[in-house]
Design a protein around this ligand. Structure first.
Ligand SMILES: O=C(O)CCC(=O)C(=O)O
Length: 286
């Protein structure tokens, strides 16, 4: 085994160079790449208009707040009120039926945030497909055909953040049907920026994996000791602009989102993706 310390391998490309990274999802899976930032991946004007609308405080399109009991992590979501991750409301994860029912009830929630000329159900798989090595990209489905939520809109306002975590959610109940169909070696996050905050909101990615020996934890044994993580491990900081996409090996690399500062919210659209077992297809959900 090599003694060379692990680093976060990140690349930053313009959409015009997407052809150079057409195998990015495979590279993320194969642990030869950790983050790819794709600048101008989506039409910035369409996303900016949606981001502005979603940052209005006088209209509530129905934001769900599954972390409301932890004010610093109180992310707002459209597209589901039972997300595919643990929340403070449901730390062990939602049941499969709760998750799928919520996805069905909130199906229109994401679409209706955009003007008629931008259909995220078409645009998201089209752009993800540019990095899938020619494989089809499809929304995840349970074995009875019910659809997982393809994507969620996320809003973080002043003082909110996403704390450090890995995303390896296959053991959760709602993956009971999905996980056996997938290559569960890792999980990849996809995130598109609709609105940039005045300050804060950067994505910070650390060369700390679930297998890193002696990863720094606080004396309580589960909270990350971020001062020690930042002192001892390589990291990258990413500031996405409106229209940019990033793909992150979020099952492997510890990551967090810096606290938002100021009146302008950080608004993103995102979810997860994975290879089907055998790598013939990419499936995505949120
Ligand atoms: O919003 C982001 O930049 C990252 C979201 C996140 O933590 C994830 O996708 O795992």
């Amino acid at each position: 085994m090599s003694d060379t310390p692990r680093v976060v391998r990140a690349i930053d490309v313009d959409i015009s160079a997407a052809g150079r990274v057409s195998q990015a999802i495979e590279d993320l899976y194969d642990d030869t790449l950790d983050v790819v930032v794709v600048r101008r991946a989506f039409d910035a004007a369409s996303l900016r208009a949606a981001g502005e609308r979603l940052d209005r405080r006088d209209v509530d399109p129905g934001w769900a707040r599954p972390n409301r009991r932890m004010p610093a992590e109180d992310i707002e979501l459209l597209g589901t009120d039972a997300p595919a991750t643990p929340t403070y409301e449901e730390p062990r994860g939602y049941s499969l039926d709760t998750y799928l029912d919520s996805a069905a009830r909130h199906r229109e929630g994401v679409q209706s945030a955009f003007a008629i000329d931008f259909d995220p159900a078409v645009e998201v798989p089209r752009v993800l497909g540019l990095f899938a090595g020619g494989r089809p990209v499809e929304t995840a489905r349970a074995s009875d055909g019910r659809s997982y939520a393809p994507m969620t809109l996320r809003r973080l306002t002043d003082g909110k953040q996403i704390g450090p975590h890995h995303d390896y959610h296959f053991p959760l109940p709602l993956y009971r049907e999905l996980a056996p169909q997938l290559d569960t070696q890792t999980l990849v996050s996809y995130v598109v920026t609709l609105r940039r905050p005045d300050a804060g909101g950067d994505l910070c990615v650390y060369a700390v994996t679930p297998q890193t020996p002696d990863a720094p934890k606080m004396p309580n044994g589960y909270s990350w000791d971020m001062q020690a993580v930042e002192a001892r491990f390589h990291s990258v900081r990413i500031t996405p602009d409106v229209g940019d996409l990033f793909l992150l090996a979020s099952g492997r690399c510890l990551h967090r989102v810096d606290k938002i500062v100021g009146d302008t919210a950080r608004v993103t659209l995102g979810g997860f993706l994975a290879f089907e077992a055998g790598r013939g297809r990419v499936v995505y959900w949120s």
